[in-house]
Design a protein around this ligand. Structure first.
Ligand code: NAP
Length: 360
């Protein structure tokens, strides 16, 4: 099968590097263009990431010698060479929004990791195992914007990936309130301990803008398509605290949840483990075999030993117990740069390919 040609916007950054690593032997997609700022343009990929390669694996040979191009200046060259792009840019949000629209208007679909379009009414925000049906919004988006092949789809923030699946799994028990504290790794800020030595042995109780994302984005994902937008879920309220902790990868959350309907511990665990995954029949290459795993061991999940489960695409849950305030509490974990960023976006692209939105 001829592979679908992919470009990565922001390929030299931390998330961009993850895309490069995760796509190296992908059965459907092949990286043919790596784009970044004019600072990197003209260098080979290997030269451009010299001294700032942050992934615990070598740079894939297939990409090392590709010449980096400039996201804006070389747009016509890029769209002529690729079938779609992943966006992992980090610059002014309005600027990213208009760059992504420009690519889509030039018949180049965009699967974005960035927050610029998460609240654009006709742009779906997708976790494939939760709201794959929201891809239907693409047809409306294309029609309204008069885009022929292009479109924009986004994935949500890395902080919400480990608790939104649990809320979805418990849907029939009517979740009403949720208080979440997210303990977030430093790679979520694009940093390592070398580039952020202040994080050694330290905790910072602020991640700017993150709490609003953690409270609001689940409502769009759990919402329904109505006319040309997503009507947000209204029956649940979330209160979030996001804290930076001295961990390299893996966001852990501590969650208190109130359910309207009574549930036993066994049923709670059963809802998680036997969640009816709507994409399990599609056999997407990056999809975890088991979406959510529950640990009976009372000291799991742990960031270092459990974040890579299912190649970093699995969600792990543990420490489920009754709570005298909201009813139940648990701990959950997901890999922030894999499930929460590049891996999550690749899975979205695989879903789009399976539904006929990408490729010839
Ligand atoms: P990063 O390491 O700072 O990388 C930023 C990328 O954007 C680089 O490739 C950089 O190219 C490029 N860039 C910067 N200015 C540019 C310009 N003027 N024109 C074209 N390209 C430009 O950032 P990151 O951590 O990978 O994050 C990327 C995005 O993903 C951000 O929006 C972030 O919020 C989001 N995100 C990150 C995570 C995570 O875990 N890290 C998780 C979810 C979402 P140069 O190398 O040439 O400067």
């Amino acid at each position: 099968m001829e592979k679908i040609k992919v470009g990565i916007l922001g390929a030299t950054g931390m998330v961009g590097q993850r895309f490069v690593q995760l796509l190296q032997d992908h059965p459907w997609f092949q990286v043919v263009a790596v784009a970044a700022s004019p600072r990197s343009a003209g260098k080979t990929y290997e030269e451009a990431v010299k001294g700032k390669w942050k992934i615990d694996a070598t740079i894939p040979n297939k990409v090392k010698s590709i010449k980096v191009v400039a996201v804006e200046e070389d747009i016509n060259k890029i769209v002529s060479e690729v079938d779609f792009v992943f966006s992992a840019l980090d610059l002014d949000k309005d600027k990213i929004g208009s760059i992504e629209e420009l690519y889509a208007s030039k018949d180049c679909p965009v699967v974005s990791n960035n927050s610029a379009h998460r609240w654009t009414a006709d742009v779906p925000m997708i976790i494939p195992e939760i709201n794959p049906q929201h891809t239907d919004l693409i047809d409306i988006q294309r029609k309204d914007r008069r885009w022929n092949k292009g479109f924009i789809v986004v994935k949500p923030n890395c902080s919400i990936q480990s608790y939104v699946p649990v809320i979805k799994a418990l849907e029939s028990y009517k979740p009403r309130k949720l208080i979440v504290t997210a303990l977030q790794a430093i790679s979520g800020a694009g940093k390592t301990f070398e580039t952020w030595p202040e994080m050694n042995g330290n905790i910072i109780p602020l991640i700017k803008g993150e709490e609003a994302k953690s409270e609001k984005e689940p409502m769009k994902i759990l919402g329904k398509i109505k006319d040309s937008h997503i009507e947000e879920a209204k029956t649940l309220t979330i209160s979030a605290t996001c804290i930076r902790v001295p961990v390299i990868d893996g966001h852990m959350t501590s969650v208190d949840i109130e359910l309207e309907k009574k549930i036993s511990k066994e049923k709670f665990v059963d809802a998680i483990v036997n969640y009816k995954n709507p994409i399990s029949d599609l056999n997407l290459p990056s999809a975890p075999k088991q979406f959510m795993k529950y640990f009976e061991e009372e000291d799991r999940p742990q960031t270092r030993i459990d974040r890579d489960i299912e190649n970093g695409m699995g969600i792990t849950v543990g420490r489920l117990r009754q709570d005298s305030v909201l009813g139940w509490k648990f701990v959950s974990l997901s890999h922030n740069t894999i499930r929460g960023a590049a891996g999550g976006a690749i899975l979205v692209a695989e879903l789009l390919k399976a539904k006929g939105y990408l490729g010839k």
